[in-house]
Design a protein around this ligand. Structure first.
Ligand code: MG
Length: 221
C-alpha cells in the first residue's frame, strides 16, 4: 500500500463530541486535511510544539482507500476501501481556536499516528469500535454505528469533491472524551481487538544552543 497523497478528516461526526466542544451537529460532513508529513508510526514519539499549551488526543477510526475512486455511490465507495486503521488526530486545541482555520492546529509533524491496516474482509465497518487510552486509562470509546455520517456515506461524499487515491486516509471523527496530552504520557488508539497505535509524548527539543547561534554569525573567512 503506498503512503497517502492526502489525509481527509471529518470534524464533529459524533453527536456527544460536537456538544462537548459546544458546537451544533453539522448538516453535512465537515472536512479538513492533515498533511502526510504529520504521519507517525506505532512507537514513534508525538512531539509537543512549543507554540501550543494544549495538545489533545483524538482517537478515530480511519478508512484506508485501496483503489482510485471519484464520484462514487455509497456502494462503489465501500468497494474502493482496502481496510481500516486506528488513527490519532492530534490537535493543538488552543491554536485551533486562535486561528479559526485548522491547518496549523492539526498539521504539526507527528500529529497523525496511524496503526497497521485491518483488511476490509476481516470486519464489517458497522462492527468497528475505537478506544483511546492515556497511560493505560480509557479516555474515549466510540462505535462506528454512532457516526452521524457512516463510512460508505463519508467515502462517497469525499469522492465527489476530490479523487481518492490508493493509500489515502479518511479519519471519520472522534467520540467524546478528548483531553490533553503531557510530556511523558503514552497514548494508545485501538480498533478494538484488531489493530492499535501507541505513542510516547515528548516536548520539542529546545532551540539551538546559544554557542551554535553565535557561530552562525561569525564572519566568513
Ligand atoms: Mg478529529
Amino acid at each position: 500500500m503506498p503512503g497517502p497523497t492526502k489525509i481527509v478528516c471529518v470534524g464533529r461526526n459524533y453527536v456527544a463530541h460536537a456538544r462537548e466542544l459546544g458546537h451544533d451537529v453539522p448538516e453535512r460532513p465537515l472536512l479538513f486535511l492533515k498533511p502526510p508529513s504529520a504521519l507517525c508510526a506505532d512507537g514513534d514519539a508525538i512531539v509537543l510544539p512549543p507554540e501550543s499549551g494544549r495538545v489533545d488526543h483524538e482517537g478515530e477510526i480511519a478508512v484506508v482507500i485501496g483503489r482510485r475512486v471519484r464520484n462514487a455511490s455509497e456502494e462503489e465507495a465501500l468497494a474502493a476501501v482496502a481496510g481500516y486503521a486506528p488513527l490519532n488526530d492530534v490537535t493543538a486545541r488552543d491554536l485551533q481556536k486562535l486561528d479559526g482555520q485548522w491547518t496549523r492546529a492539526k498539521g504539526f509533524d507527528t500529529f497523525c499516528p496511524v496503526g497497521p491496516v485491518v483488511p476490509i474482509a476481516r470486519v464489517h465497518w458497522r462492527k468497528l469500535e475505537i478506544v483511546c487510552r492515556v497511560n493505560g486509562e480509557v479516555r474515549q470509546h466510540g462505535r462506528a454505528t454512532e457516526l452521524m455520517f457512516g463510512i460508505p456515506a463519508l467515502v462517497s461524499y469525499v469522492s465527489r469533491i476530490m479523487t481518492l487515491e490508493p493509500g489515502d486516509l479518511i479519519a471519520t471523527g472522534t467520540p467524546e472524551g478528548v483531553g490533553p496530552l503531557a510530556a511523558g504520557d503514552v497514548v494508545e488508539v485501538e480498533l478494538s481487538g484488531l489493530s492499535r497505535v501507541r505513542n510516547p509524548v515528548i516536548a520539542a527539543a529546545t532551540e539551538a544552543a546559544p554557542a551554535a547561534a553565535a557561530a552562525s554569525h561569525a564572519p566568513l573567512t
